[in-house]
Design a protein around this ligand. Structure first.
Ligand code: FCB
Length: 279
């Protein structure tokens, strides 16, 4: 049976974007299980605004509460309803057919039974994201010119926001002791400092510092120091007329052969060639 109300079974989602709010209250006409075993032709993004919902049944079952986000890719099973001990479940949703270049935004870190889930966001982020859902719905339903383009544009913002809050995308601030180590090395780049000296400045043992540095920076202290020295050397090669050996000494290599070797390994060419290519 066909209907023109997307909240009722039988609505044909033959559109690029449909958005709405489903206000499920215990005992009301919308208080049934949304059950689409083969998924849908498009994606659905969903945010709980009030009450709680239950997604899936049996072992795959999980619950969502205000601020939780769900992303159903096409063909992921839709099976959800009001959580039985919650008086209501209000959720906002946007159904859409994505553009090819959105691909990267359409996968989140946590996935349950083919459905992506994001929980635990802070109140301000949730408010911002929920406002985008509201704007999309009102824009799409308005009669303003270019409403479809505007609604799609807001949906892009929503999807990008959701991607940027994924734990694997959010960049974690560096450990303050690593910042201390980096500052110490930057100030003494031309000196022959030892691991023990840096460690003493960070109140860590040399081996603990070595491990922590590797974990946070994904490289060893020596690699990091050499990267910094070589990038300073590159700058001096193109901005001064100092000899190669002199530059090597300025950046911390007293042995010219060793300087050339490290430079070539990092830059792919010798310091002399580098200068000739650029200047
Ligand atoms: C409505 C549901 C909503 C969403 C849209 C596509 O009927 O209430 O959760 O699935 O369909």
């Amino acid at each position: 049976m066909q209907t023109t109300d997307p909240l009722k079974p039988g609505y044909n989602f033959d559109a690029h974007l449909v958005a709405g709010l489903t206000p499920i209250i215990e005992g009301d006409e919308l208080d049934y299980t949304i059950d689409r075993p083969g998924g849908m032709k498009g994606y659905i993004i969903n945010i709980t605004s009030k009450g709680e919902g239950t997604i899936f049944c049996g072992e795959q079952m999980f619950h969502v509460k205000p601020g939780d986000l769900l992303l159903f890719p096409p063909s992921a099973n839709h099976f959800y309803h009001r959580k039985t001990d919650s008086a209501s479940w209000f959720h906002r949703w946007v159904y859409f057919r994505p553009r090819a270049f959105w691909n990267d935004w359409l996968s989140w870190q946590e996935e349950r039974n083919g459905v992506f889930l994001t929980q635990g966001l802070d109140a301000q982020t949730i408010e911002h994201i929920e406002n985008l859902f509201v704007d999309i719905e009102y824009t799409a339903k308005s009669d303003m010119p270019y409403r479809d383009d505007l609604a799609i544009n807001l949906l892009e913002q929503l999807l990008i926001r959701c991607k940027t809050v994924q734990p694997d995308v959010v960049s974690k601030p560096l450990d303050p002791r690593i910042i201390q180590a980096i500052n110490y090395m930057t100030q003494n780049l031309n000196q022959d400092f030892t691991l023990e000296e840096i460690a003493a400045h960070t109140c860590l043992s040399p081996s603990r510092l070595g491990h922590l540095f590797r974990d946070e920076m994904k490289m060893t202290i020596t690699q990091w120091r050499d990267d910094q020295r070589i990038s300073r050397a590159k700058q001096l090669l193109v901005t001064t007329h100092y000899s190669v050996n002199h530059i090597g000494r300025i950046v911390g290599y007293s042995d010219p052969l060793y300087f050339s070797r490290v430079f070539k390994r990092k830059a792919g060419v010798s310091p002399k060639m580098y200068r000739e290519q650029i200047t």
